[in-house]
Design a protein. Structure first.
Length: 145
């Protein structure tokens, strides 16, 4: 009888935790953002990266006043090398298998962003990309892992 109570209790705790985490994890997009536009733009950027590389793609998408971690400019050459390294053994792109879009505020709370998490599936694995856009659909961050 104790085992059943313990299992029931643990099940309730897990269910409550899951409900709280999934409910708190998603944030609605702010006014002025469109989920379909974010998805389409992210896919366009990623498709361009697969053909041209990061160094030739990102500069046209980054917003003008963007700085990377207080440096003068975004390290596109470094990011290009990192993404090429991630892609080197993955094979051909099969497609984008998971896309999640959420809203986010700037650290000082004065600006809204649209964030998309994209899982790109390849013949030999996956890469997760995170792209953050401002309201003008300019990139304010790009990560790949």
């Amino acid at each position: 009888m104790k085992v059943r109570k313990r299992i029931a209790w643990m099940s309730c705790v897990l269910l409550l935790s899951f409900t709280l985490l999934t409910g708190c994890g998603s944030k609605a997009l702010a006014e002025g953002f469109n989920e379909d536009t974010i998805i389409e733009t992210a896919e366009q950027i990623l498709n361009e990266i697969h053909v041209n590389g990061v160094a030739d793609t990102l500069p046209g998408w980054l917003r003008e006043n963007y700085t990377y971690e207080n440096s003068e400019e975004y390290p596109v050459e470094e990011m290009d090398g990192q993404v090429r390294s991630l892609l080197s053994d993955k094979g051909e792109l099969v497609g984008y298998t998971q896309e999640s879009v959420i809203g986010k505020k700037s650290p000082d709370g004065t600006e809204d962003f649209g964030v998309i998490l994209v899982t790109a599936t390849y013949d030999n694995g996956e890469i997760n990309f995170t792209l953050t856009f401002d309201k003008d659909m300019k990139l304010v961050s790009f990560y790949a892992k």
